[in-house]
Design a protein around this ligand. Structure first.
Ligand code: 8IG
Length: 273
């Protein structure tokens, strides 16, 4: 199948507009207020934040591809919150390591913005560098280091990334759970996990969380003018911090063990937005 985002001359913002129109038509909801991308372990939040108006397979919306990862749901949901606002929940994330290009990676974020969303909640499963995060901590992202050597921005698009992960929203999250810790998210390309030496590099650079998704999405969300909340579920300690080998099975198990707790946490945060 042709990926319309990679066709020469295509305008990714126009395709996002088209995707948003399809979502509006199918859901019957003219505009959304907030958007959430639910990564590994976070899917349960969708069932807790409100009433699902519409659930759409990603494959029905232009520019979305089937999720490549087991544990990622692959649908887009329109949810009515108890306060009457509408949330767009994206379970169909495209990762940079899938090699569909960075336009595909951020298409969901641009589509969310095109549906009207002013707040973007980006969640992920990630590795932790702080040993006290062992056992499935949920943490706030305070900033990032982008080690993908890529950007979703094209041309002379000089976007300020100060306060990329909104201090206001982090403080708001802490009104729900005052114990929430925070850290700097380091995005590697993946899909392999890091070597222990790379984890030490990330640590020396000032990183606390290692992942494969969120930095590029946050840049696109900022370009679109959205306010961003980033949260990681630490499903494993990063390579070399934990002494046992990393496995996707371990990640999935940590997600299952945490999903009820972090789903409830995120749902409570959403009610305060
Ligand atoms: I879940 O340890 C998950 N995603 N880069 N490193 C990176 N991404 C991850 C990890 C990890 N765990």
């Amino acid at each position: 199948m042709v990926n319309p985002l990679n066709v020469e001359g295509a305008n990714p913002f126009e395709i996002a507009q088209e995707a948003a129109k399809q979502i509006t038509n199918i859901s019957g909801i003219p505009s959304h207020d907030i958007a959430l991308t639910l990564g590994s372990g976070w899917a349960k939040a969708a069932d807790l934040i409100g009433e699902t108006v519409s659930e759409i397979p990603g494959s029905e919306i232009i520019g979305f591809s089937k999720s490549a990862v087991i544990g990622h749901v692959g649908t887009i949901r329109s949810i009515r919150l108890p306060n009457g606002k509408h949330a767009l929940v994206i379970g169909a994330r495209t990762h940079f390591y899938e090699n569909h290009g960075v336009r595909s990676v951020v298409h969901s974020v641009r589509t969310a913005a095109a549906t009207g969303a002013k707040t973007m909640i980006l969640t992920n499963g990630a590795g932790g560098i702080k040993p006290q995060w062992a056992g499935g901590a949920a943490v706030l992202i305070s900033d990032h280091i982008n080690l993908t050597s890529s950007s979703p921005l094209e041309g002379a698009t000089f976007i300020d990334l100060t306060d990329l992960y909104s201090k206001r929203l982090r403080d708001l999250a802490r009104t729900v759970d005052a114990s929430l810790d925070e850290g700097v998210y380091v995005q590697f390309r993946g899909p392999h996990y890091e070597t222990p030496a790379e984890v030490q590099m990330a640590k020396i650079m000032g990183g606390h969380i290692v992942g494969m998704s969120t930095a590029l999405e946050a840049i696109a969300a900022r370009e679109a003018g959205m306010e961003i909340l980033g949260m990681s579920l630490i499903t494993n300690l990063a390579a070399g911090i934990q002494t046992t080998p990393l496995s996707h099975a371990e990640v999935l198990e940590a997600g299952r063990n945490a999903e009820a707790r972090i789903g409830k946490l995120l749902a409570e945060i959403v009610t305060k937005l």
